[in-house]
Design a binder for this molecule. Structure first.
Ligand code: ATP
Length: 298
């Protein structure tokens, strides 16, 4: 991926309070040219607020926000970015082609309609009024509108919420293409596999503070262990009590066990559940690191 150290957007020691709620507490973030930074964290951690400060939608009470080296909010900066927030503000009575045409008129050098349609996969929606679209279709149109201006940086707040698997993978492929062309991306998501698929760097927020940041590899390495996955009827509580078990999660009939010592745990698993099936052992990933990091912070 095309990387450089040029800063596109940043927060420096930025704090933001809404009434009694401290939404951000001395946060430092930096989005660099050509990279994908994933902002992760539980509900209410401050991710949307961080984006709002970087875009100049809200101002920090303390500290500083920059966009292209200046205070955010200028027309020039707005023309160089694409934004997809959780609230859309899209005029619902227009059809998709009219929306794309309208948004193209805001930018000095917009992408061609054909390019936008192909990149966002909205060809079949052009004649439909925005209000008549499903949630997932609206999300795709919002993405189309975010890339209309040929942005140097994209800010996508939970872009794939509500998308089906095919639409999500199409969006990932498009994002990879745009990033490959030099576009920077700040992404918030609750899908850790999305961050794993796209991000170069990860910042984890909790209660308004950055509790971990680094490359995807550095964050993954916070959990050095392995994950055992199997179909088993053993209870989570029982398995959590075994020595060497760090974390246990049940997902339907699947049991996921994180451990630094897979061999003794596997022996015990086979001993206690002779019916265990579909056993696999793999390196712990971002999801396990995220659980560990947020647990430590709590
Ligand atoms: N306009 C607002 N007025 C009052 N409180 C707000 C406002 N915006 C955010 N907050 C509060 O600030 C905190 C951070 O919210 P924020 O939306 O940034 O979190 P988030 O990490 O994006 O959450 P989610 O994953 O649920 O989207 C929350 O406690 C939220 O209730």
């Amino acid at each position: 991926m095309n990387r450089s150290t040029e800063t596109i957007a940043s927060l420096r020691d930025a704090s933001k309070r809404y009434g009694k709620q401290l939404a951000l507490d001395q946060v430092n973030l930096e989005l660099r040219r050509g990279e994908v930074l994933a902002l992760l964290g539980p509900n209410g951690a401050g991710k949307t607020t961080a984006i709002a400060l970087m875009l100049g939608i809200a101002r920090p009470d303390k500290g500083e926000a920059t966009l292209f080296g200046a205070a955010p909010g200028s027309l020039d900066a707005r023309r160089r970015i694409g934004v997809m927030l959780q609230t859309d503000g899209v005029p619902g009575t227009l059809n998709v082609l009219e929306l794309i045409t309208l948004f193209r008129s805001y930018y000095p050098r917009p992408r061609s309609v054909a390019d936008i349609v192909a990149l966002a996969g909205v060809g079949s929606l052009l004649k439909h009024r925005y209000v008549s679209l499903s949630g997932g279709q609206q999300r795709r149109v919002q993405f189309a509108l975010a890339i209309v201006g040929n942005p140097q940086a994209l800010f996508l707040d939970e872009p794939t919420t509500g998308l089906d698997i095919e639409a999500r993978e199409t969006l990932w492929a498009t994002i990879r293409q745009l990033v490959g062309e030099g576009c920077a991306l700040l992404l918030t998501t609750h899908y850790l596999e999305e961050a794993e698929a796209l991000a170069d760097r990860v910042s984890v927020l909790a209660h308004g503070r950055v509790i971990a940041d680094g490359s995807l590899e550095e964050i993954r390495a916070r959990v050095s262990g392995k994950q055992i996955r199997c179909i088993s009827t053993l209870s989570e509580t029982l398995v959590a009590g075994w020595s060497d078990v760090r974390e246990v999660r049940r997902k339907g009939e699947w049991l996921e066990i994180t451990t630094a010592q897979p061999e003794p745990v596997l022996r015990q698993l086979l001993f206690e559940d002779t019916q265990v099936r579909e056993l696999e052992v793999r390196r712990a990933g971002l999801a396990e690191a995220f659980v560990e990091i947020t647990k430590e912070a709590a």
